[in-house]
Design a protein around this ligand. Structure first.
Ligand SMILES: Cc1ncc(COP(=O)(O)O)c(C=O)c1O
Length: 492
């Protein structure tokens, strides 16, 4: 006899079987048709809601109807896993990672601490060590998985600040913590650093912007000058952020030289490798990352170049006392780990912002274990060689110009018509080409500003992409350029 209450939301076993089968079919259908779909569906604002049932049901709706709506939602989406999707920094999820996420949701462990999620906590701490080892940072790294690179960077800045501020800022607040403390990062650093400085109350102006050399790498001579000038002004430099793979062009800052400066001025050295750190798995690129192992903390996103489904960011560090000093709190009874000692008293709330946390580690663990580090490294190397191939194609063509060397897996370039227009018109032209390509559905490139020029930007973090896809993308750009409607004011 069933002991189920009237209000139970459990469903009976037959229906559960049906739900599992139908949902799995839908995922199977998606995974096996993604390459044949347009990269981006013909869409406009409001179309999704005009297509599915929008009234909140009071009595519930059948699974078949809901899964049909899921199919519509999939159809109306932009497919970041499509082999010709090269916008922003987005990778396809592997099927294995997707199913791992389902398993994690079914278990619904809350990874606040070992007590709440013993198995999940152990897996996460192990995955963090693996990630530290994988990128040659530290095989005994501490840290935590986050929603993404922005959160990892913000946590790093808070830990850095609390380590260097010299007073108990957590208690007394920034206004009682002495003169402003400053952060240093190149002009190419990701926007999340300035945003974190804002959110944490340091102020965006306290992020000192260091100019780059002609390859978009931080100029370390300028870094030193700026730190010295700020010190003379009575400011307190506390942190330098190096990029290991900038979001615009994918370059790696001179990490060893930055580490030297950090050591000289007693700064926390954070490396933002959210996108690029896995590039160090490519033997030919390892040298670019020399010095990363000297960082106090490193961000890297498994949901970018390790092909794990969103969300999975990570912050690595060595000194967990610094993290605890920033985040530990004993103020609330409900988080006291009574009766637990050592490993069993471990809590992720001592390392970061979130209390309730998803079991993100399962999909990272399952992805890495299923494929193995060698196959993941091969996929990364293939992405790099495809970006290099695109770089060659545009360099060898009369109607394209490469705008930055391809250092990891990002290629920035622009279309140049036979009659070369002014620089301003070239920017406008390439912007219009990008819009047209994005809406056309064959391929998807985004944009970057490189040395003041509007660049078409392809970021290849995609294990489905082939050389043929690169050729088709170049053809789609040419086609878009040829068929642009003339503007009345004469601009191309
Ligand atoms: C270098 C770098 N840092 C940080 C981020 C932010 O990561 P997320 O979008 O996961 O917050 C990005 C995103 O593209 C990035 O490329």
């Amino acid at each position: 006899m069933s002991l189920r209450t009237q209000s139970s939301l459990d469903i009976d076993e037959d229906e559960l079987q049906e739900l599992s089968a139908q949902a799995t079919n839908l995922v199977f259908e998606y995974m096996t048709t993604i390459s044949e779909r347009p990269v981006r569906a013909e869409n406009h604002a409001g179309k999704t809601l005009a297509t599915i049932e929008t009234e909140l049901s009071s009595e519930g709706r059948p699974i078949a109807q809901l899964l049909a709506s899921c199919r519509t939602i999939m159809d109306l989406s932009r497919h970041n896993g499509h082999p010709r999707f090269f916008g922003y920094v987005a990778s396809p999820s592997t099927p294995v990672g997707s199913y791992a996420d389902l398993i994690a949701s079914a278990l619904n462990a809350n990874i606040t601490c070992w007590r709440s999620g013993p198995a999940g906590t152990e897996i996460e701490r192990m995955v963090v060590r693996w990630l530290g080892a994988l990128i040659n940072y530290d095989r005994d790294a501490k840290g935590l998985l986050t929603s993404g690179g922005s959160m990892a960077n913000m946590i790093a800045l808070l830990i850095a600040h609390r380590r260097k501020s010299g007073v108990n800022t957590s208690r007394v607040g920034l206004w009682n913590s002495g003169p402003p403390m400053t952060i240093y990062a190149s002009e190419e650093v990701h926007l999340s650093i300035a945003k974190a400085a804002d959110i944490l109350g340091f102020g965006r102006d306290q992020v000192r912007v260091i100019t780059c050399d002609e390859r978009q790498r931080m100029r370390v001579d300028m870094l030193r000058q700026k730190i010295e000038a700020d010190r003379r002004e009575g400011l307190r430099p506390f942190c330098v952020v190096g990029s290991a793979g900038t979001v615009n062009t994918g370059v790696v800052d001179p990490l060893n030289e930055i580490a030297d400066v950090a050591a000289e001025f007693d700064l926390w050295f954070h490396v933002d490798g959210a996108y690029g750190a896995p590039g160090s798995l490519d033997q030919g690129k390892k040298h670019l990352f020399a010095g990363l192992e000297r960082a106090d903390s490193v961000s890297l996103d498994p949901h970018k170049w390790l092909y794990v489904p969103v969300d999975a960011g990570c912050l690595l560090f060595r000194d967990d006392a610094a993290a605890r000093a920033a985040f530990s709190t004993e103020d609330a009874d409900y988080i006291k780990t009574h009766g637990y000692t050592d490993e069993e008293a471990f809590a992720f709330w001592d390392y970061g912002v979130e209390l309730s946390r998803r079991f993100r580690a399962l999909k990272v663990w399952m992805t890495l274990q299923y494929y193995g580090s060698r196959r993941i490294a091969e996929a990364i190397s293939e992405d790099i060689s495809l970006a290099e191939y695109l770089g060659e194609v545009v360099s060898n063509a009369d109607d394209f110009e490469l705008l930055a060397p391809v250092e990891l897996s990002i290629c920035c370039f622009r279309y140049i018509p036979r009659e070369r227009p002014s620089e301003i018109d070239l920017d406008k032209l390439n912007e219009r080409i990008m819009e047209r390509v994005q809406k056309g559905g064959i391929a998807y490139v985004s944009n970057a500003t490189v040395n003041g020029h509007f660049a078409l930007r392809a970021c290849i973090t995609n294990f489905r992409t082939t050389r043929n896809d690169i050729d088709e993308t170049v053809a789609a750009i040419r086609e878009a350029a040829k068929n642009l409607p003339q503007r009345r004011n004469g601009a191309k």
